[in-house]
Ligand binder design. Structure first.
Ligand SMILES: [Zn+2]
Ligand SMILES: [Zn+2]
Length: 300
């Protein structure tokens, strides 16, 4: 790699003299050129090592709603990996069990809640199966869906899926879309991306690109806070109530039942419960070990 103030085109007419205001290759963000002509001349040789840098993505589960502790994971993600890959990683990092449907969506910044939600609901459900019509507010510009439609998808997910659709929204398969197609796209840049898991509890994970990092072939979890949240607990309020059942010194019968359910029956329950500092426990080393097994070499 050339010095940062010398054009990376080997046959640059300016030779090795330094130049200010070099153009940065928008793909790898490493190679620099004194002109577009130099960039074009250099491309045939540069393209072999021009790779998009990883994204450092901070993923927050219901930011502002799930607190004390927040449940956050920050992950270095290969730009060429697909959203299906990212789904697998998020399942692992957040301790979910993959028993519900999911999608990724790019939010429409112009979305406003309908002025008359009751009227809309009546129209949506007036005849035939419920559906959103083109004239209603559009929440998402793009939705990336599960390519497999797993046969074990629960009735609760099927029942709610129509709410995720809109006639003016683009829908693609998650395994066909690389991360860079959203995060490097001028069309979607700056728009909020979410990952929703379980269309019943509607666990919304907010994705924010915090920076770039050197290319790796696999995902790496870098940091995070908060014990994984209980699946099928009843969304934000159910999680709050479960934590409360562990914080109280005098649990009611109902609270004791909640603990028992979580420790013995929940699909991602923790037999050690959530009392005391356990609520902050999650094992990043274990997540990273599993990531190595699942992605021996992703999309090189
Ligand atoms: Zn040049
Ligand atoms: Zn490049």
């Amino acid at each position: 790699m050339s010095a940062s103030n010398v054009c990376a085109n080997a046959s640059c007419p300016k030779g090795d003299s330094s130049t200010t205001n070099l153009l940065l290759c928008s793909r790898c963000r490493k190679a620099r050129y004194c002109s577009q002509d130099c960039q074009a001349a250099s491309w045939p040789s540069h393209k072999q090592d021009c790779r998009r840098q990883n994204y450092i993505i901070k993923v927050q589960l219901f930011p502002g709603k799930i607190t004390d502790p927040e449940v956050v994971r920050t992950i270095s993600c290969p730009a060429e990996a697909s959203f299906w890959d990212l789904h697998v990683v998020l399942q692992l990092a957040f301790g979910w069990t993959g028993t519900h449907a999911y999608d990724f969506a790019v939010m429409d910044p112009d979305f406003r809640v309908s002025a008359d939600p009751l009227q809309d609901l009546l129209r949506m459900t007036a005849s035939g199966p419920p559906r959103i019509t083109a004239d209603m507010p559009r929440e998402y510009e793009l939705r990336l869906v599960d390519p497999t439609f797993p046969p074990n998808r629960r009735a609760i997910d099927r029942m709610h899926e129509w709410q995720r659709k809109h006639p003016r929204m683009v829908e693609k398969q998650a395994d066909q879309w690389a991360l860079w197609k959203v995060f490097d796209s001028a069309k979607y840049r700056g728009k909020q991306v979410i990952y929703m898991y379980d269309f019943g509890d509607k666990w919304e994970h907010y994705l924010t690109v915090e920076g770039r990092a050197d290319v790796t072939d696999r995902f790496v979890c870098l940091s995070g806070t908060g014990h994984p949240v209980a699946e099928d607990v009843g969304s934000v309020n159910g999680w709050k109530e479960l934590k409360e059942a562990y914080r109280t010194s005098r649990p009611s019968q109902e609270q004791r039942d909640r603990r028992k359910w979580y420790e013995n029956m929940a699909s991602n329950g923790d037999p050690e419960g959530l009392a005391g500092d356990r609520i902050n426990f999650w094992d990043m080393e274990r997540v990273n070990r599993h990531l190595k097994i699942i992605f021996p070499n992703v999309h090189v």
